[in-house]
Design a protein around this ligand. Structure first.
Ligand code: FPP
Ligand code: MG
Ligand code: MG
Length: 379
């Protein structure tokens, strides 16, 4: 869509801010209890893609050039963003570890006033919430690998993995509260509830528990609603929050949200496609996992539309001997993969269209490139 324009590297545009991300997150996760400290920080060791913080930082910079809301609620409330363990109920444990006190982000560099300290903290919070969901997800999915290493549930056991996830949510909530922005707190708190709702919809798979479900338009609607809740909610609401923290006007806040929602949907559609097309080695996590988990994602749902016999398999969650292989075979014979890719492309384009009104900037190009990259990614 952008002709022969040289493509920008989104990571380079916010490299300075990204450099502090993992360190700051680890500070937010300090606990005086050594094994909790270890389990909580476990998924921060291997380099994740940090897609969500990257998007939040790019959105923060891109919207800094947009019109502001008439009354900026939030000009100066950056008072106490560090996690001060002295007023934390965990102070007894945290006192063992003085490094549990986080440094407020503005203490490091402030040569990019277009990204506010609160927006940098928001980027960290989104990664914390995402990582918490991965800790829980790997327990639910019985996953044995994540980011090319043993999963936390394998390394520490289910109980500690679940508790570590809860701890991340707790620390994310404290950091969020310290932004002192009620609407942003409400948005991110809603995300946490949405993640659980999405996971529940996925466990149930279809709206009704049927033995022999029939394909209908509702099948796709249900899948897309689930996909919004489990993936796009975090990205869209954190984009919205980034614009709000920057004092953007209502149109900009809505555009930021629309960008995140469409990008999030594209992102998960690609994820569901890669589960069919890539190997475990390529992904750094189990491949072909969705069918094994009984999950019917987009490639299969599109195949099902033209191959009604898949209904019975969906109904019994691919549990019968040979179901998974048969389903994989039928998907391969169908155009399910292509249709999934086409739908992902539609959403990525909608994401790009949503931010068209933003003034031209490197950060805006970075957001556009994120949408392009989402379609090209191989893991
Ligand atoms: C990864 O999906 C998981 C999610 C996007 C969300 C999981 C949400 C929960 C477990 C709800 C409760 C958790 C919290 C912290 C609120 P996937 O299994 O398709 O991806 P994967 O292939 O990376 O495992
Ligand atoms: Mg999983
Ligand atoms: Mg899962």
């Amino acid at each position: 869509t952008r002709g022969d324009m040289p493509s920008v590297d989104p990571l380079r545009i916010v490299a300075k801010e990204m450099k502090f991300l993992t360190g700051n997150i680890r500070k937010l996760l300090g606990s005086g209890h050594p094994s909790l400290d270890r389990a909580a920080k476990y998924y921060t060791q291997a380099e994740g893609k940090h897609v969500r913080p990257l998007i939040v930082l790019l959105m923060s910079r891109a919207t800094s050039l947009c019109p502001k809301a008439p009354q900026r609620q939030q000009a100066t409330l950056q008072a106490s963003m560090g996690i001060d363990s002295s007023i934390s109920p965990l102070s007894v444990l945290s006192d063992f570890n003085p490094s549990a006190t986080a440094v407020a982000p503005e203490a490091e560099t402030n040569d990019h006033p277009d990204i506010l300290p609160s927006q940098r903290r928001l980027a960290e919070i989104t990664e914390l919430i995402h990582t918490a969901s991965l800790l829980h997800d790997d327990v639910i999915d019985h996953s044995e690998s994540r980011r090319g290493s043993p999963s936390a549930n394998l390394e520490f056991g289910n109980k500690m993995a679940v508790l570590a996830g809860d701890f991340l949510l707790g620390r994310a909530s404290v950091a969020l509260a310290r932004l002192r922005h009620a609407e942003v707190i409400e948005l991110l708190a809603t995300v946490i509830a949405n993640l659980v709702e999405g996971e529940f919809m996925q466990l149930k798979n279809t709206a009704r528990d049927e033995r022999n479900p029939q394909w209908s338009e509702e099948t796709l609607t249900y899948y897309l609603q689930k996909t919004y809740l489990k993936t796009a909610s975090l990205i869209s609401k954190s984009c919205r929050a980034a614009a709000l923290l920057g004092g953007s006007d209502a149109a900009t806040v809505d555009a930021a949200y629309a960008y995140g929602k469409n990008l999030g949907l594209a992102f998960q559609l690609v994820d569901d496609m890669l589960d069919y097309t890539r190997s475990e080695q390529e992904l750094g996590k189990p491949a072909g996992a969705d069918l094994e988990l009984g999950l019917a994602t987009a490639p299969l749902l599109f195949a099902w539309k033209t191959m009604p016999e898949l209904g019975a398999l969906v109904g019994r969650k691919f549990e019968k001997e040979g179901d998974v292989l048969r389903a994989r075979d039928l998907v391969a014979q169908s155009d399910g993969i292509e249709q999934t890719r086409a739908l992902a492309e539609d959403y990525a384009q909608k994401a790009i269209d949503a931010i068209a009104p933003f003034p031209e900037s490197e950060a805006k190009d970075g957001l556009i490139e994120m949408a392009v990259k989402t379609l090209k990614r191989k893991k």
